[in-house]
Design a protein around this ligand. Structure first.
Ligand code: ADP
Ligand code: MG
Length: 355
């Protein structure tokens, strides 16, 4: 028999690369993290530029608070964040980020650079990162932020994503598919974040693929992202049940005139986080079965505000899934509300056609 192999601690750089690969699986994951950072920084306008499905270039420019020069050395360090101090803060966290992992991860699997300016600073600074640390403009050796001209806000430039994980690159779908996922994420945030304008362009293509102004009404935002067929058939949802921790449930659903043979993934936000909530999605879809022809699908956008203490946002590395207290009861309340919204228009339509 062979001797047992010795247990050894992994090198930090290996640990970081493994962790990065778990959080950033495809370009859209990196984009989502950066969008959330821009929103956390109180931006009202966010511009996204994409080359080759985000694999060659993913650039996000915002007009948010910017980053202090003194903080730039820590920007891409793992578990360095301006948003969380104690573990208990997690229960009341209002920002998207909290783990300080996103930029660190991205810097381990791409060439990342930043241009940022706060309103107090007279100049902007540009900094380059490799494996969590500042480096020089060739992405080698050591480096320091350099002053340059620029506007208040932050631009994050991610180049050659996954250049050092060839297996990941090979496993990805086509560049067009990756681009589609990026546009999809931006569209969802554009619907939810009404006070932010979003603009997305493909590199070298003057046409804006998506463009929303800040403070457009919800219906118009849905029109911009999903088109008039959906926007013309929307009903409002608005309910609450604070006793169970549901402080607000709002959104829009298509009425029974709209029946699409194609499934459109619903847009679900819980405490302003884009999530997949399978139980809620399934329950809502099943109410629609009473109102829609067989094999046709609705569209819905639902935003829940759950008492923060009742919500666990830290159950998944990508933060895609969340858990909350009284889940079954809350889902039932929402479903009942949607049922009554749909049946009220259904009966008024019957009534109209009779007279
Ligand atoms: P987290 O969002 O969990 O704190 P990140 O790695 O995403 O971790 O970001 C690290 C820190 O960098 C943030 O806490 C924030 O202070 C700063 N930061 C990142 N992106 C921006 C941005 N667009 N504008 C201002 N600050 C930013
Ligand atoms: Mg973040």
């Amino acid at each position: 028999m062979e001797e047992p192999r010795r247990i050894q601690k992994l090198d930090v750089s290996v640990v970081n690369k493994i962790a990065a690969g778990e959080i950033i699986i495809q370009p859209a994951n990196a984009l989502k993290e950066m969008l959330e950072n821009s929103i956390d920084a109180q931006s009202t306008h966010i511009e996204i530029l994409v080359k080759e499905g985000g694999l060659k270039l993913l650039q996000i420019t915002d007009n948010g608070t910017g980053i202090n020069l003194e903080d730039l050395p820590l920007l891409c360090e793992r578990f360095a964040t301006s948003k969380l101090v104690k573990f208990d803060d997690l229960s009341s966290i209002a920002t998207y980020g909290f783990r300080g992992e996103a930029l660190a991860s991205i810097s381990h699997i791409s060439r990342l650079s930043v241009i940022t300016k706060t309103k107090e600073s007279s100049v902007a600074y540009k900094a380059y990162y490799m494996n969590g640390k500042l480096c020089n403009s060739n992405f080698k050796g050591e480096g320091q932020p350099k002053p340059i001209a620029g506007k208040v806000g932050t631009q994050i430039i991610v180049e050659d994503l996954f250049y050092n994980i060839p297996s990941r690159l090979r496993g990805l779908k086509s560049k067009n598919d990756e681009y589609g996922k990026i546009l999809d994420i931006i569209g969802r945030y554009a619907i939810h974040c009404g006070d932010v304008g979003f603009c997305c362009k493909k590199y070298g293509d003057p046409i804006q693929q998506l463009n929303t102004r800040p403070n457009l009404p919800l219906k118009e935002r849905i029109r911009t992202v999903y088109g008039s067929a959906i926007a013309n058939e929307l009903l409002e949802v608005d309910t609450e049940y604070p006793e169970l921790g549901l402080n607000k449930c709002s959104g829009m659903i298509t009425n029974s005139n709209y029946n699409n043979k194609k499934k459109i993934q619903p847009v679900i936000f819980i405490n302003h986080r884009l999530v997949t909530c399978e139980p809620l999605k399934r329950a809502i879809n099943s109410v629609f079965q009473f109102f829609l022809p067989k094999d046709s699908h609705p569209f819905f956008y639902i935003s829940l505000e759950i008492t923060p203490e009742n919500l666990d946002v830290n159950i998944h590395p990508t933060k895609r899934e969340v858990r909350f207290l009284n889940e079954d009861e809350i889902i039932e309340i929402i479903v009942n509300n949607i049922h009554s919204v749909l049946s009220s228009v259904d009966s008024s339509r019957k009534f109209k056609s009779q007279t």
